[in-house]
Write a protein that binds this ligand. Structure first.
Ligand SMILES: NC(=O)c1ccc[n+]([C@@H]2O[C@H](COP(=O)([O-])OP(=O)(O)OC[C@H]3O[C@@H](n4cnc5c(N)ncnc54)[C@H](O)[C@@H]3O)[C@@H](O)[C@H]2O)c1
Length: 255
């Protein structure tokens, strides 16, 4: 288990993470557990969630796993009930599931459009609806993984941009709606090397790194650190925000 972070920040807290069998979700589960959280590692990939939870346990952390397809309201009800019966409370929710389904607007069929919105945006609504009753009694924090696609245009991803942009608007709305009870923020990762990048050509990766002011691509731990900050008491005065974590790529004029 990673040694970064302070063991005190999440001691006594329970965190439920989605899409945590891989990439950003797995790194965040490891990070929160390293800082003392009891983490409920969920993913549609049940085997992968079990593997990540097992690794955390082997490193001395507290973890449980369960299958959760974020597009299923029934799965959501069961996962939140599982968190409650495990520790009695839910303090942190990391809504992280997503994948960019490409297709120019004039070529997208209805099914592709709705699949993208269901995975990235409907799922957030289902998770929030299921977890708010428990989160509000704990004074919890929700962090949602958005994307730089919500803030700037990339050719060929209109449905992904709309879904991620919807997340960023929703966190402002929810932050107001649940005011002093639950904080809501989103993180907007830039280029982060995970399974999502497995088919991206090396040449494209090198060009992207060269155009990024910090001079490298992101790693899942970069996003985990930002999620941990937003979920922690260090961010107790931060709500309704969309935090870009992209090495400065989106504020650079370099083409
Ligand atoms: N990697 C990047 O460059 C990047 C950039 C911006 C935003 N993001 C966002 O970060 C999030 C995580 O991406 P990643 O790069 O870590 O991807 P990843 O491919 O490493 O992991 C994605 C995980 O999502 C799970 N998943 C897929 N469908 C699911 C469903 N219906 N229910 C539950 N889990 C499901 C997969 O099983 C997998 O474990 C996504 O929301 C993605 O849009 C990633």
């Amino acid at each position: 288990m990673t040694s970064v972070g302070s063991p005190a920040r999440f001691t006594g807290r329970t965190a439920l993470l989605t899409a945590a069998a891989s990439g950003i979700g797995a790194a965040t589960a490891r990070r929160l557990a390293a800082e003392g959280a009891s983490v409920l590692v969920t993913d549609v990939d049940a085997e992968g969630a079990r593997r990540v939870a097992g690794e955390i346990q082997e490193g001395g952390g507290r973890a449980h796993d369960r299958p959760l397809d974020v597009t299923s309201p029934a799965d959501w009800a069961a996962a939140v009930a599982a968190a409650e019966s495990w520790t009695g409370h839910l303090d942190v929710l990391h809504l992280n599931a997503g994948r960019n389904l490409p297709g120019a607007a004039h070529e997208l069929n209805d099914g592709a459009w709705h699949d993208q919105l269901r995975l990235c945006l409907d799922s957030v609504f289902y998770g929030v609806r299921a977890a708010v009753p428990l989160l509000r009694t704990a004074g919890g924090a929700v962090v949602i993984t958005s994307s730089v696609h919500a803030a700037i245009g990339f050719r060929g991803f209109p449905a992904y941009a709309a879904a991620k942009g919807g997340i960023d608007a929703l966190v402002r709305q929810l932050a107001v709606e649940y005011g002093g009870q639950i904080r809501f923020n989103s993180v907007l990762p830039g280029a982060v090397v995970t399974a999502l990048w497995s088919e991206v050509p090396e040449e494209y990766k090198a060009r992207t790194a060269a155009r990024t002011p910090v001079g490298r691509l992101g790693v899942p731990e970069d996003i985990a650190a930002a999620v941990a900050f937003l979920a922690s008491e260090d961010a107790s005065f931060v709500t309704g925000q969309n935090l870009v974590v992209d090495g400065g790529r989106s504020i650079s004029s370099q083409e």
